[in-house]
Design a protein around this ligand. Structure first.
Ligand code: TXA
Ligand code: MG
Length: 370
């Protein structure tokens, strides 16, 4: 289907220091290497080399106006990349780096416009992941890295998921096991002593407010306004099957899901109702649920559902566990070839804002707050 298939993709599992040197050398030479971070796996290329970054856009099928994040091993390493580091930005870096916070600052001439999609600001992030930071130090150049998925699909949180999308398109995948957080970094723009959140993520609004007094969300996150982060306007995180999500107390969610599954079954027509094949099995639904809702539905609609179609993420309302499991659950439902996904969301508070932002996009806005 494409021109990438000639590349043989090697997975470097539990990478030795020699493996990291090999990967760093490949990055310096303009090759693509998938890198682990604490949020999701990144598709890395030399962030000072426009041709290397072109390969990222080609491998992902990514729109060329969607800028990349440059990953660095320390605060000091951003100095050559920006015009200046404003005080507020510095305070944020000191507090949250290494960690899942990406800050956009006016770029220096050293940063190619290829990294910024033609914008004057460059996005910078220092990941909280030892192997990643070792690799960044060895490479000695900033590493541009979007999430290592084909554009539009769920982001990968394991090396295996990267392989599914990128086999034949990139040289190496540095495999350091599953990512600890599971949703992407928070992207912020710093303006004097105020901060605008362009994409919610691992560092919450409340956490930012411990450092900066004025923290707001970009209007585009709650309306049709043009987003300041160009990537936010594109289709994202979409599983193969349509998804519907429910948020509320466990009992209400269980009742709503039960009702919804029955309505799906009716839509399936006569074959199903007729021979009494179990409804959920017949509909081939993938379920992403909390423990409480799973237990409520287990004796009824979930009795005959195959195990690979049920993913229980943790206690009701646990945004951290849902964030951790969200993309891998969507990818496992793709593999199980389900025809519908029913998910239980969490309240949009704290890390829940980031998770529900992803769920909103993955479901095309089909979320019912009960
Ligand atoms: O956690 C993460 O941030 C992961 C890991 C690999 O570090 N990376 C990631 O990259 O999510 P990506 O390319 O999938 O998303 C980057 C987001 C996009 O929405 C993009 O539009 C925005 O950051 N962005 C990048 N540079 C920007 C800039 N100069 N101004 C505004 N938004 C920017
Ligand atoms: Mg992405």
């Amino acid at each position: 289907m494409d021109t990438h298939d000639s590349i043989h993709t090697h997975i470097l599992s539990n990478p030795s220091s020699n493996d990291l040197l090999v990967a760093a050398r490949a990055l310096q030479n303009g090759e693509l290497v998938a890198i682990p971070t604490e949020t999701v796996y990144g598709l890395g290329a030399n962030g000072l080399d426009a041709e290397a970054m072109d390969k990222i856009y080609a491998a992902k099928g990514r729109p060329s106006d969607n800028p990349l994040i440059l990953h660095v091993p320390s605060i000091d390493s951003i100095r050559p990349l920006v015009k200046a580091i404003p005080k507020t930005a510095y305070q944020l870096m000191e507090t949250f780096w290494p960690g899942p916070l990406t800050i956009t600052l006016p770029k220096s001439d050293l940063v190619p416009y290829r990294a910024t999609g033609g914008l004057e600001r460059v996005a910078l992030r220092c990941p909280d992941h030892d192997i990643c930071r070792q690799l960044l130090s060895l490479a000695g150049v900033p590493i541009a890295a979007p999430s290592a998925n084909i554009s539009g699909r769920p982001s990968p949180t394991t090396a295996q998921a990267v392989y599914e999308d990128m086999n034949g398109r990139i040289l190496y995948i540095v495999d350091a096991g599953p990512c600890s957080i599971g949703v992407e970094s928070t992207v912020v723009e710093v303006q004097e002593d105020a901060v605008i959140i362009l994409r919610p993520g691992g560092i919450t609004k409340e956490m930012l407010e411990t450092v900066v007094s004025t923290v707001t969300y970009d209007k585009a996150l709650s309306s049709d306004a043009k987003p300041k982060a160009p990537g936010m306007k594109y289709k994202h995180y979409a599983p193969d099957a349509p998804m519907t999500a429910f948020v509320g107390n466990a009992q209400d969610v269980a009742i709503a899901i039960d009702k919804y599954v029955h309505s799906l079954t009716r839509q399936q027509g006569e074959n199903v109702s007729h021979d009494c094949v179990h409804i959920a099995k017949a509909c081939n639904v993938g379920y992403l649920l909390s423990k409480e809702v799973y237990e409520a539905l287990q004796p009824t609609i979930l009795t005959d559902v195959p195990v690979n179609c049920i993913h229980v993420y943790g206690q009701h309302g646990d945004a951290v566990s849902l964030a951790h499991d969200f993309y891998s659950a969507l990818l496992s439902f793709n593999e199980a070839k389900v025809t519908h996904i029913i998910a239980e969301g969490v309240q949009p508070e704290g890390l829940g804002v980031a998770v529900m932002n992803r769920m909103e996009k993955a479901s095309g806005g089909h979320i019912e707050y009960l």
